[in-house]
Design a protein around this ligand. Structure first.
Ligand code: UD1
Length: 420
């Protein structure tokens, strides 16, 4: 088990470049199954989650090559429609292979993904959407077996704009006869990226970024070379790292539009932000201002994936802030850890009331999930003395070389690989 050892109090200064978005790469890797031609994907960071998805592609028979941050996938050679249990258990978002595999082979089998660190995470919307397209779903003994060799386009209204369900339905609908309309679809930028990729290989998807998406099925598919959009959550995390240390950071390779909800909150905290093209310069105050109210919401609302990092910032603000988590039911696991560092936070159901303290104190804390772990690193950068963040394998799922990037910005942070 690896850990970070951070000596806080260093003001971050310098430039950091954001890599491709993990949450785009995962569905796009699944979407490579829609074609039989070679696909080249650029700007893929070395993340544990991406390694696992590449493991799935290899396990179903695809040829995968990695050249730096470029992935070359030859999906012509797939041999099975079964997604191995091992991967589904390790990476919940592998459920996205259901839609892609049905589109490619007319059938798919996965083990039930179950809940995870941040909540129950049901997949009812994924399954009901696939059923509406004509997939026969047999759900027994912990497995989901799908038969969908003759899918027909349908008009599907999602009860909730689920990101994963929207992606799964788009993927399956590429093989359906006629048109599929997805209403109340998720509007996240990663959906637009999936649309752009599918269109680049010959598909015809429109409407991503709005709540109505239309997919024309059964188009001939080709190969392509594609570059992933920058990761808005990684960008938000580095911007927050600048602000929490009262520093001055230039974050490069950002799509400004995608991070407006995050920038709006950092501005409320008193940070001075200047955007120029694909770079954002941020300067934090010595002590951030409190933010009266923040609620996590589907895009373009404030992202749940930034809730924990914002909470670290608010814990050292000069007043009282309220943060409401509406997306996942179990996403406050970082709170007891922040309290160990001296934060003053009260939780009541979905609501956290954060009374800013003048200083956090270094402590031994544990990360319980990906973004919660990143939040503890941010708190450690600000805290007095030494913070040890344990269980950082969670952080490795979503941040490439977090430690070396922060070190380049002037942080005192080391990674220690513990012997078991
Ligand atoms: C994706 C992101 C994750 C982000 C989340 C919300 C990926 C790989 N992960 O997760 O980082 O935090 O969007 O922005 O892209 N729900 C149902 N039934 C379903 C599906 C979802 O009730 O069938 C509920 C979930 O329990 C949750 C809410 O809908 O409460 C949002 O989930 P969803 O948008 O599906 O998130 P993911 O796609 O799993």
């Amino acid at each position: 088990m690896a850990k970070y050892i951070i000596t806080g109090g260093k003001r971050l200064e310098g430039t950091v470049r954001v890599t491709g978005a993990k949450n785009s790469i995962l569905p796009i890797l699944a979407a490579t199954l829609l074609t039989t031609k070679e696909v080249v994907i650029n700007d893929c960071p070395g993340l544990v989650d991406i390694e696992k998805v590449l493991g799935i592609l290899r396990a179903v028979g695809c040829k995968v090559k990695q050249e730096g941050s470029t992935l070359i996938i030859d999906p012509s050679t797939i041999t099975t429609c079964i997604i191995p249990d091992k991967y589904v258990k390790e990476i919940r978002s592998s459920i996205i292979f259901l839609g892609a595999m049905i589109a490619r082979t007319g059938k798919a089998r996965v083990t039930y993904p179950g809940g995870c660190e941040i909540g129950q995470r049901p997949i009812n919307l994924h399954l009901s959407g696939l059923k509406k397209l004509g997939t026969d779903i047999n759900d027994s003994h912990g497995y989901i077996e799908c038969e969908g060799s003759n899918l027909i386009g349908a008009d599907i209204h999602l009860d909730y704009p689920s990101v994963g369900a929207t992606e799964n339905i788009i993927l399956a609908a590429t093989a359906a006869h006629g048109y599929t309309i997805i209403r109340n679809a998720a509007k996240e930028p990663e959906i637009s990226d999936l649309q752009a990729f599918i269109n680049a290989i010959g598909g015809r998807v429109s409407g991503a970024g709005t709540s109505t998406i239309v997919v024309e099925g059964r188009r001939p598919m080709y190969g392509t070379e594609y570059t992933i959009i920058p990761d808005r959550i990684v960008a938000g995390t580095y911007l927050t790292a600048g602000v929490i240390t009262g520093g001055e950071v230039l974050v490069e390779n950002v799509i400004l539009d995608h991070i407006q909800p995050i920038i709006a909150k950092l501005r409320e905290s008193g940070a001075i932000i200047k955007a120029s093209g694909t770079s954002i310069h941020i300067k934090g105050r010595e002590r951030p201002l409190p933010i009266y109210h923040t609620t996590t919401l589907p895009y373009p609302g404030f992202p749940t994936d930034m809730q924990a990092q914002l909470m670290s910032l608010l814990s050292v603000s000069s007043g009282t802030s309220v943060l409401v988590e509406t997306i996942f039911e179990n996403r406050f696991k970082h709170v007891p850890e922040l309290i160990r560092m001296g934060a003053n936070i009260r939780i009541d159901g979905k609501t956290a009331v954060i009374q800013g303290v003048e200083r956090l104190k270094g402590a031994r804390v544990s990360s319980w999930d990906l973004r919660g772990g990143a939040a503890l690193v941010l708190a450690g950068l600000r805290a007095e003395g030494q913070t040890v963040v344990e269980n950082i394998h969670h952080i490795d799922r979503g941040y490439e070389c977090l430690q070396s990037s922060l070190k380049k910005l002037g942080a005192d942070i080391d990674r220690v690989e513990d012997q078991q």
